[in-house]
Design a protein around this ligand. Sequence first.
Ligand code: MIG
Length: 940
Amino acid sequence: MKCCKLGDLTVFLKPQCQEETGVCKLLSSHRIRGGESKIANTWKMKSYQKLATDIPQPTESYAEEESIDGKPPCLRKLSTWWLGVGLLMIVAGLLSGVTMWMLRQVSGSQHGQTPLEKCSAVPEPLRFDCYPERNVVVTKELCESRGCCFIERDQPLGSRSGVPWCFYPPDFPSYTLESLNQTELGMVGLLRRKVKAYYPRDIERLQLSVEFETDTRLHIKITDSTSPRFEVPLEVPRAMKKAENPVYSLEFSKEPFGLLLRRRASGAVLLNTTVAPLIFADQFLQISTILPSKFLYGLGEHRSSFLHSLDWSTLTLWARDVPPTESYNLYGAHPFYLLMEEEGAAHGVFLLNSNAMEVALQPAPALTWRTIGGVLDFYIFLGPDPNMVIQQYQQVIGFPAMPPFWGLGFHLCRWGYGTSNATWQIVKAMRNYQIPQDAQWNDIDYMEGYRDFTFDPEKFDTLPQLVEDLHKHGQYYVMILDPGISSTNPPGSYWPYDEGLRRGIFINTTQGQTLIGQVWPGLTAFPDFSNPDTYQWWLENLNRFHARVPFDGLWIDMNEPSDFKDGSVDGCSPGELDNPLYVPAVLGGSLSAKTVCASAKQSASMHYNLHNLYGLMEAKATASALIQIRGKRPLVISRSTFPSQGRYSGHWLGDNRSKWKEMYWSVPGVLSFNLFGIPLVGADICGFSGTTSEELCTRWMQLGAFYPFSRNHNTQNEKAQDPVAFGSVARTAMKEVLLTRYALLPFLYTLFHRAHLQGHTVARALFFEFPQDVITYSIDKQFLWGQSLLVTPVLEPGVDSVIGYFPRGVWYDYYTKPGSTSWVSSGNPLRLIAALSQNASAWGDLFWDDGESLDTFERGDYSYLVFNVTQNVFTSTVLHANVEATYITVDVLSVYGVREKPSRVTVNGKENPFSYLDNQVLTVSDLNLNLSQGFSIRWL
Ligand code: MIG
């Protein structure tokens, strides 16, 4: 970038061996702990039939257990099994010793058991809920009417957590796998249910399709074999040929139907769906599986620790406007989990389904997917390490967009600046104190009567001038937009509504009228972003507004969509879309709670199916409009999200509170969205609602400076909490940490390039880099930027130190480096930092382009450099160059971990002065090297 507001730029060098080194960063003093431990052995089950008679055993011992008499396990049963792997359909008999499950035998052993014995033999952790309905008191009679086991446990009747009282018996009827045939990519099977399930419109014949898409990706889809059902309109990659050497193997149980997926290398059972019946009714689809460990992550959007609890918890996925609270369904829906197996291996599972759903977790460990529509469309990613799992997931949903460089700067926002001049005052004050700020935002108070595409002609009369002034200073303007379009203006006075009505782009009621809800402007209609015509209407609106206020980015709020009236001003229809027989554990108990009716009609389908996609579709339309209007990379930040959204927008974590605990919650939130392929994420720094304190806000700025998306945002009628609102100590601390962020921006930008190109995470959980270290599995108070920069924030009041965990390796304090950082308004030279590993090597890279043009990588308009240190030589190699790289020079190289003072240093063969400190930092200054050419620096 020729002109960017960068100060002293820093690029990190990551040593070749991740175990060996890293760079550490502590905001206060710290202490180092060490140690290693093995993953606790968790037992696994193969089938629920077995459970009726046996104590669970580790998988490894199964083969022996099953052939007690030394004979191969009963051949009769082999015919009930297929084992399919990659290209092969193998005769079951060949594999009997390894793969047999004693289904018939076990059922046989149940003969003579009373129903009670049969039921009580099911171990508690493996009791799968047969009556998950919340609106009834489950009695013995109700339970047994479903053919299930009823055993009371001492917990309050009707309590939703804990061991279910009503659970499936081992022989509960399910589907039978009637045929299985090979296809080009895998196999296709037919499932048939002979006994009706207890939900209406259960589907008798299902099609099972299995595609071995890659060696590490398996696609398993179960659909109605006769009539089409709703499927998420997501473009997914098509495999051209069957994987040749899959790292997994798949086995099938015929009666009842079930799948068993193994990792070949370890034999670990990753999925076993025979533990509970498969149910596939029109509005109730359920499948359960055993998990190979309790280390489960993902399944958003929720407020929880990064590592989920499997202690009978239920996670609901239904986009909802509500301040984040534990156990509530929140703004977005991400039916994806990552699971750490033993020995550091990882896999991921994605259920491509957008209907209201819940995921029930239990300590077996086991998991149940329950969705009320669509199909069961699973992708399984075999890693084998967590980084690869996330990459493989994003190969299916799409890699995140490359943000504009300025999007990574500091953003300032609040609800209730009140006027454009008041907003402007803050911007000026920030400049006065030379506090870095790339973008100024406005909330709904800029609008006239809260109507989109208007601005208050009095209070915000100087908005165009403010935006012009921002641009003059190389800064940017982002404003909020809500989807609700005011519907009560006299005809001819509000183009967005009049024209939207004329073009028929709003969501309709079942009767075909425009659905009217209520949001900030009063009564509103909701644009249907599943209708292609809506894109054009949205674009025209934005274009007209942009001609008056040339905004740079857009903040799309309330897009769950949020409706202050449940359903609509007239409520919802009494039908089964609005009142399905089974309602997942959604907040408010109803699908229409604080949103539009599920029965509402959209162009692609009913809102019932599209609800969780509303934010995604709006983000797509918004990013596309921004590209057309500005011709540059768009910045869109969305509240509601769905898989693949990273291609169009980032996300902020919503309406948090100004509380210490809430600051902690932001770390697992940020980490989770990095799993979801939306790395551009952050929480409202200093907290949204409630009153912050100087100490909390300072600590939060110190953490928030390391959010991939860094924005301080506040609610209306609260005390100001921007950096200039505080006294000099706090203000200076905030300024300093922002300068640190700015110094690291080239590093962060390069990480985003890697995310965009390959699907790497940006803010990264420690176990991604140290998957062998089980201690890291539950760490969510610290995180990494990429491979090597460890952030350990202070999250508690009244302390000036923090305890952090340092995985094995060499760690350097980032602040070891001499000199201070500064922020000026034009490009400063780069400072390079090489942090050496134990064997004195290091590796790093830099992606650089103009920071805002579209598709720079795709068009080749970028520079890409690789840095290496081996044997006391630092080399910069230009792998790809364009004109942008000629605008930057390197001024300083610091090498951390140079054990002895060098006698001389040469730069491209010529002697150069240097300094060396006792803390093993070698610094070579005044380099003035242009990055467009390779160079080498040697110390002897
Ligand atoms: O009903 O636009 O999450 O960031 O300040 C509240 C006002 C609407 C919710 C957003 C918040 C924003 C607020 N909005």
